[in-house]
Design a protein. Structure first.
Length: 162
């Protein structure tokens, strides 16, 4: 498997427990929770042709920041996993697990973009009923931070997922 060259390595953003990879970027990393990762790993971390990799970030300093709701739920250090998959990383890299990444995507879609999250499919990233139950329980944490119409979008989306 190819590894980043120095030019590509400089593109990988600095992360921390409060500023981390999320969304589709994180969903392409196999997480310690047993979720396998999406099939776009190479494209996500290496780019495709002339298209350079683009990483989705959340947390401190980003428009997408759910830390005030979820604290450090689902944030983990993944540099070992990335190295195992051929990505040359020198520092610690923090990412959202698949549950946190989905929660971040839901929040972004509904709260920041004011769009229904129809593009998010739980079955694409969560493999077991136990994993899905955990997500459904954590979604409730978003409700106090949503307007009535935003929460309704999530409720409608949930009905489509089950």
């Amino acid at each position: 498997m190819n590894t980043f060259n120095e030019k590509q390595l400089s593109i990988l953003p600095a992360t921390s427990k409060k500023h981390y990879l999320t969304g589709v970027t994180a969903l392409n990393i196999p997480s310690p929770d047993g979720t396998s990762g999406d099939w776009h790993f190479h494209e996500t971390f290496y780019g495709r042709g002339e298209i350079k990799p683009k990483f989705m970030l959340a947390g401190e300093g980003e428009e997408l920041n759910t830390n005030f709701i979820l604290q450090d739920f689902g944030i983990y250090e993944c540099s070992g996993t990335l190295r195992h998959l051929g990505v040359a990383v020198d520092n610690k890299v923090y990412a959202a697990n698949h549950h946190r990444a989905i929660l971040d995507m839901l929040y972004r879609s509904v709260k920041l973009l004011r769009k229904s999250p129809t593009h998010i499919k739980i079955d694409d990233w969560l493999d077991t009923e136990e994993q899905k139950k955990l997500l459904l329980n954590k979604i409730k944490d978003l409700e106090p931070y949503m307007e009535k119409d935003e929460w309704q979008m999530i409720q409608t989306w949930l009905l489509e997922q089950t």
